[in-house]
Design a protein around this ligand. Structure first.
Ligand code: ACO
Length: 316
């Protein structure tokens, strides 16, 4: 599998740490030192769907393909204001594609899982060109009455168009069923047969310290095994494109794996945690800044609710 075009789109509203002090007791100093985050982009009058369409069109333009050339669209999305149809169906019509499409819901590791799925479709000949998209609005699942989670997130969308080639070196996926450390419950429509209290909603619940610990240990060991299996060393990798949740998590993984800080690029300072969109947003920024060259080895690695991690190794 080879990436032939990337694109991203972010909301125009820039929210600084200082702006958040209007809503709860926090400070720029606390947020910066604990997370590295300085600003984030939050959706206002645009919609997540609009961002997803813009990101997809930019990726198409970069690839030189037309929407009609796509054989599949796979979108990683946790929530938007439609339960159905899927985000990918809405994007398909808007960009003028006619291919089959579907969404996956794996939280922050979703883009890596979607890329791995895309590789299987390409390898089995089910498709020759796939749009892999991540569109996320995590600011709409935190509890804005609480400072613990609301300071961490931002919104955004990004896409990559992939086609078959021998550049995909493999992936490792891990799911450890630990549903208590990070979850959000959504209220279902009541039925006359409802057992009261069974389907109560609940905004995001996060055990930050446990998520931190699991993220560093799980991603580090997964990436190590992936490199060992493929016969590569840390110094062979141009970029480790990691889920942008927290600068300290990224530093923790860097400390475990080794290498130099330039191999671990970041956007978390300016965009916060954009869930599964964070990896393709960073990828798109590196591509557009001409920092990645054809043939460079890259690792993408994400973690999130589940607890789920996914890491892949490929040549750009
Ligand atoms: N502003 C000011 N104080 C705060 C804030 C805030 N926004 N949030 C929490 N605090 C307070 C707490 O109430 C606590 O106060 P106390 O000591 O009086 O009880 C104190 O700060 C320390 O809180 P801790 O939770 O111990 O702080 P910690 O150093 O662990 O940092 C953080 C918290 C930033 C959440 C960290 O644990 C973390 O980043 N974990 C990973 C979270 C993450 O990445 N989540 C998303 C990943 S998965 C996904 O992407 C969906």
């Amino acid at each position: 599998m080879k990436i032939i075009g990337t694109g991203s789109a972010l909301p125009k509203k820039v929210v600084t740490n200082d702006m958040l002090t209007e809503f709860f007791d926090t400070s720029d100093e606390w947020i910066r030192t604990r997370t590295g985050i300085e600003t984030r982009r939050i959706i206002t009058d645009e919609s997540l769907l609009e961002l997803a369409i813009t990101a997809s069109n930019r990726a198409l333009e970069a690839s030189g393909l037309k929407a009609q050339d796509l054989d599949y669209i796979i979108c990683s999305n946790v929530n938007n204001n439609y339960v159905y149809p899927s985000m990918s169906c809405m994007v398909q019509g808007a960009i003028g594609a006619t291919c089959p499409c579907f969404d996956i819901r794996i939280a922050c590791a979703g883009f890596v899982y979607a890329m791995d799925l895309a590789d299987s479709f390409l390898k089995t000949g089910r498709a020759t060109r796939i749009l892999v998209l991540a569109a996320e609005e995590p600011t709409r699942f935190c509890n804005w009455a609480q400072r613990e989670t609301s300071v961490l997130f931002g919104d955004g969308a990004a896409a990559a168009i992939v086609e078959d080639s021998d550049g995909y070196m493999g992936a490792r996926m891990t799911t450890t069923s630990n549903t208590e450390v990070l979850f959000q419950r959504k209220r279902l429509e009541p039925t006359p047969f409802e057992v009261e209290g069974k389907y109560l909603d609940h905004p995001m619940v996060m055990n930050g310290r446990e998520v931190f610990r699991m993220a560093v240990s799980s991603c580090s060991s997964e990436i190590s095994s992936l490199l060992n299996d493929a016969g590569y060393k840390v110094e062979d990798i141009k970029f480790f494109i990691l889920h942008q949740a927290n600068l300290r998590i990224i530093k923790g993984i860097e400390q475990y794996l080794g290498g130099i800080p330039e191999q671990y690029p970041t956007t978390v300072q300016k965009y916060g945690n954009t869930s599964s969109a964070s990896i393709p947003i960073l990828l798109d920024e590196l591509v557009r800044a001409n920092k990645i060259e054809r043939g460079d080895l890259i690792v993408m690695s994400g973690f999130g609710s589940g607890f789920t991690t996914g890491s892949l190794l490929m040549r750009y």
